[in-house]
Design a protein around this ligand. Structure first.
Ligand code: HEM
Length: 222
């Protein structure tokens, strides 16, 4: 099951980039009703079918659609009022990713049945690896899209991500899918002397308690 927030995001993407008619065709062919609500929980099959049909109708590869979906998802979160909340997650990409589990865990206040993904950063020498755990299969390109958009919007950098491995397993997180990406980050634009915006989670991984406090403040002020 998945929250309508995701389906509404998919709908906005198709409508904005390809038009109302394209959405109507995709929705009809997928045999999915167009009555999504943000906080209602829907069958995953609806979302996956919509994505598959969209690939067919638009003649675009699934990984490309998912990557585009990821990039749009970030924009959709910002537009839906989560901008400030997202900015509290870290002053660099590593901190941001390290705090994603706290973010999703906090979001269960609003989306109580959420089956959220989990993320872990591993640094080996100067290499960065991102571990993504999920109970859903095949969404790795969506992660690439989101992280690229985050890096561009918040950290003035371009990111390249390659999938190193994709396993079906249950490990410490009890999630079924475990994907490892290698991540390369390159700073672009700006003068290098520009200070990033002020983030509340400073150089260390924010504690659950700290993140909750900051997120509560950001909700109240948004
Ligand atoms: C404040 C911003 C965000 C909100 C409101 C949000 C909310 C959600 C919701 C409601 C779901 C559906 C889970 C379910 O219904 O079981 C979800 C899934 C997901 N979220 Fe977030 N999220 C946010 C930020 C992020 C960010 C920054 C990432 C970065 C990678 C991310 C990665 C994902 C992924 C990959 C999924 C797909 C589900 C899966 O992998 O199993 N989210 N999120």
């Amino acid at each position: 099951m998945v929250y309508g927030f995701i389906n509404l995001c998919l709908k906005s993407l198709v409508v904005e980039k390809f038009g109302e008619e394209a959405w109507e065709n995709i929705r009809r062919e997928a045999e999915v009703e167009d009555n999504f609500m943000t906080y209602t929980y829907y069958d995953d099959v609806d979302t996956m079918t919509l994505i598959d049909v969209a690939c067919r109708c638009l003649a675009v590869e699934k990984s490309t659609v998912l990557m585009l979906f990821g990039e749009f998802f970030f924009e959709f979160c910002v537009r839906s009022g989560y901008d400030h909340m997202l900015r509290t997650l870290g002053e660099n990409l590593v901190e941001f990713i390290e705090n994603l589990d706290s973010l999703h865990s906090y979001l269960t206040l609003a989306y109580d049945k959420m089956n959220a993904p989990s993320f872990r950063v591993e640094k080996v020498d100067s290499n960065m690896f991102l571990h993504y755990y999920s109970d859903r299969k095949g969404l790795a390109p969506m992660v690439i899209g989101i992280i690229k958009a985050v890096a561009r919007a918040f950290f003035q950098s371009e990111v390249t991500m390659d999938i190193l491995s994709e396993d079906r397993e249950e490990d410490r997180t009890r999630k079924k899918e475990h994907v490892v990406f290698s991540v390369t980050q390159r700073r672009v634009g700006g003068t290098g002397s520009q200070k990033p915006p002020k983030y509340v989670a400073q150089s260390h991984k924010g504690s659950e308690q700290q993140i909750r406090k900051e997120l509560t403040t950001s909700i109240q002020s948004s």
